[in-house]
Design a protein around this ligand. Structure first.
Ligand SMILES: *Cc1c(COP(=O)(O)O)cnc(C)c1O
Length: 378
């Protein structure tokens, strides 16, 4: 039996150990410290890579979810506030809204990126003119329609939060995802394009927000000789050891992106002629190609779950498309706004599948996956 071919697993390079070793050598194992500071600085530089002179204010945290939670808090979401959210995403995008008592309204996707449809967003603002914020995710590393979404948010005075957990390194018209909103969140979970085993980062568009987020993430301590508190705080900071892994990984982010891109195009080429399409993106965007996915044509009656089971027999891991939030039992009370009667997301969920996209997969191994997919359709 071949070794199991997986969706996406950590790829380490050695530099990570150098920074971790430095933390050990200096006995700087506590949270905060030089690796955290430098990781934030280096990420700032990376995020600026697409445009001139714009400074971002990054904050290293213990997870992408904690970054999203702080973004929701800083956006001032309180009990009963409406947040218009991506529907096709992972639950971590929207759970923090519930932590704060807010109410999600889910927005259907469009067919060009599988992300939030600006037309449905506009429609949602007609229904919920007081919606306080918009939470947009860049699914599988593909940038959403950011010009349209940013304009709609501005027009309605809503705060834009970007969940860039899956899309680090992806750009929209040359600008990094996560830097369009007032807040952005990145994840370094084990399956993401770079990883610290677990971790995340909040991106703020101004220094004051970053400062307040830092305070909340470190137990909301005020500047006093004793422990003084004026807010409810959290213990959300990244540890200095973990940040060392992140610094080493960041050196290889572009390389990971290139390898992911090769995988995507090898699938595209290898699966030509079959009744399916790859996950789409806009030509003026550059995804990070975190996960390669297929969508079986509407008029083909093949079932992706059958394909998943078949590939599993060959030790190939695949996974259904993230199940839309409006279809989740836990969110059954939330409204869902769409423009296309038959619903874009339900169709993508029913006919889509995520393929092995691990950058350690060899060309031969990927050809094996392609061969088995072709066999299924023939
Ligand atoms: C992974 C992920 C998160 C959560 O990040 P963690 O670091 O695991 O907390 C949030 N949103 C999306 C879309 C994700 O894929």
């Amino acid at each position: 039996m071949n070794k199991r071919l997986l969706l996406s697993t950590p790829t380490m390079h050695g530099e990570e150990m150098k920074y971790v070793q430095e933390a050990f050598d200096k006995n700087w194992i506590a949270p905060l410290g030089f690796n955290c500071d430098n990781f934030e600085k280096e990420m700032d530089e990376y995020l600026n890579s697409g445009i001139d002179g714009q400074a971002y204010n990054t904050l290293a945290l213990c997870s992408g979810t904690s970054a999203l939670h702080l973004a929701v808090k800083l956006a001032g979401i309180k009990s009963g506030d409406i947040v218009l959210c991506s529907d096709m995403t992972f639950a971590a995008t929207v759970n923090p809204i519930s932590y704060e008592g807010g109410k999600q309204v889910y927005i259907d996707s469009e067919n060009e990126t599988w992300n939030m449809d600006p037309r449905a967003l506009e429609r949602a603002f007609e229904k919920y003119p007081n919606a306080k914020a918009v939470m947009v995710a860049h699914l599988y590393g593909t940038p959403s329609k950011m010009d349209e979404i940013s304009d709609i948010c501005k027009k309605h005075g809503a705060i834009l939060i970007e969940d860039a957990a899956e899309s680090l390194g992806a750009t929209y018209k040359g600008r990094q995802t996560g830097t369009f909103g007032r807040y952005g969140a990145i994840s370094f979970n084990g399956n993401k394009i770079i990883t610290t085993s677990g971790g995340g980062m909040l991106i703020c568009d101004n220094k004051d927000d970053r400062k307040f987020a830092f305070k909340l993430a470190t137990q909301a301590r005020e500047n006093a000789p004793w422990y003084q508190h004026e807010h409810i705080g959290y213990n959300y900071r990244m540890s200095n050891v973990v940040a060392g892994i992140g610094r080493g990984q960041l050196l290889h982010l572009d390389e990971h992106r290139e390898l992911k891109k090769k995988i995507y195009f090898r699938y595209k080429e290898g699966l030509k002629g079959l009744p399916l399409k790859m996950n789409p993106y806009l030509e003026y965007t550059e995804p990070n190609f975190w996960l390669s996915c297929i969508l079986i044509d509407e008029d083909c009656d093949k079932d992706p779950i059958e394909l998943m089971n078949r590939l599993n027999e060959y030790n190939i891991e695949t996974r259904p498309i993230w199940k839309p939030m409006h279809m989740q039992p836990v969110f059954k009370d939330c409204d869902f706004v769409y423009v296309e009667e038959n619903g874009v997301n339900e169709h993508i969920f029913e006919k889509g599948l995520c393929l092995p996209s691990d950058i350690k997969m060899t060309e031969d191994e990927q050809n094996f996956v392609i061969e088995k997919i072709r066999e299924f359709f023939n």
